[in-house]
Design a protein around this ligand. Sequence first.
Ligand SMILES: NC(=O)C1=CN([C@@H]2O[C@H](COP(=O)(O)OP(=O)(O)OC[C@H]3O[C@@H](n4cnc5c(N)ncnc54)[C@H](O)[C@@H]3O)[C@@H](O)[C@H]2O)C=CC1
Ligand SMILES: O=C(O)[C@@H]1CCC=N1
Length: 278
Amino acid sequence: MNDSPQPSRIAFIGAGNMASAIFGGMLDSGYPAEAIVATSRSQEKRDDISQRYGIRTMQDNLAAVQQADVVVLAVKPQMMRDLCLSLRESVQARRPLIVSVAAGLDAATLDNWLGGDLAVIRCMPNTPSLVGAGASGLYANARVSDAQRQLVAELLTSVGLVEWVEQEAQIEAVTAISGSGPAYFFLFMESLEAAGVELGLSTESARRLALQTAFGAAKMARESVFDPAELRRRVTSPNGTTERAIQTFEEAGLADIVGRATQACAERARELSRELSK
Ligand SMILES: NC(=O)C1=CN([C@@H]2O[C@H](COP(=O)(O)OP(=O)(O)OC[C@H]3O[C@@H](n4cnc5c(N)ncnc54)[C@H](O)[C@@H]3O)[C@@H](O)[C@H]2O)C=CC1
Ligand SMILES: O=C(O)[C@@H]1CCC=N1
């Protein structure tokens, strides 16, 4: 993963949903468990993580930082200020690369809370990282070296797709499309399952059909030489069944709804940034 024979030591601060999705995916793709440590305040959670993933866990965030080349900050945005202030001294002493996955917190604010002059990468991942099918947007501040960019890109490529953005504001767009995006597709799957039940299928059968169709459509869209619009046209026979369904979606303004939902998501990220960086 880097030029030295030793893998980079990665400390995850806050071993919740997103951190476990990333380190779980890294482990599945062969990253050595000995090089990963995760912190949690709950003993039960620490035991569960060590048992399930075979990585080291700690209660003490400072001890984790003191041994790390890369520190991944993975607590809720609202907890980040206190966490950064508590890590400041250790971080300034060791100067690891900082990677934040928090929605809506800009690199300069994090850097400031951590004492300044640090290499900071803002990452917006998503939970399908857990199954190696994640999508992450990355933004690096000016202090991040090429080697550090490459290391983080490699780590996240091991759990899915990586897209660099050149402007930090573009991270809000990544949040609206892929960070929060899995929830939109899950919502559509839930609706499709409920509709199947309404039309007379059993819940189990409706769920299996809805999930396999979502999977099949995504796989086909990724693998095909045709774009999604052309693939949709190929399902839609003139005067056939699909046409009626698509007409219904269009009349209800699906594209507009998606536009408004993603705008609202990006705006919430900006709002979080204003609230939390005060
Ligand atoms: N869940 C998602 O789909 C995504 C989440 N994110 C970001 O990831 C971050 C974490 O979100 P989730 O994993 O969903 O939340 P979570 O609540 O599952 O995980 C956060 C964890 O941090 C722990 N924690 C809080 N303060 C701590 C401290 N001082 N020291 C050690 N541990 C501490 C909590 O106990 C919890 O286990 C957030 O900033 C969020 O914006 C980013 C992309 C996607
Ligand atoms: O809902 C949230 O705030 C986080 C960030 C992106 C996905 N989950």
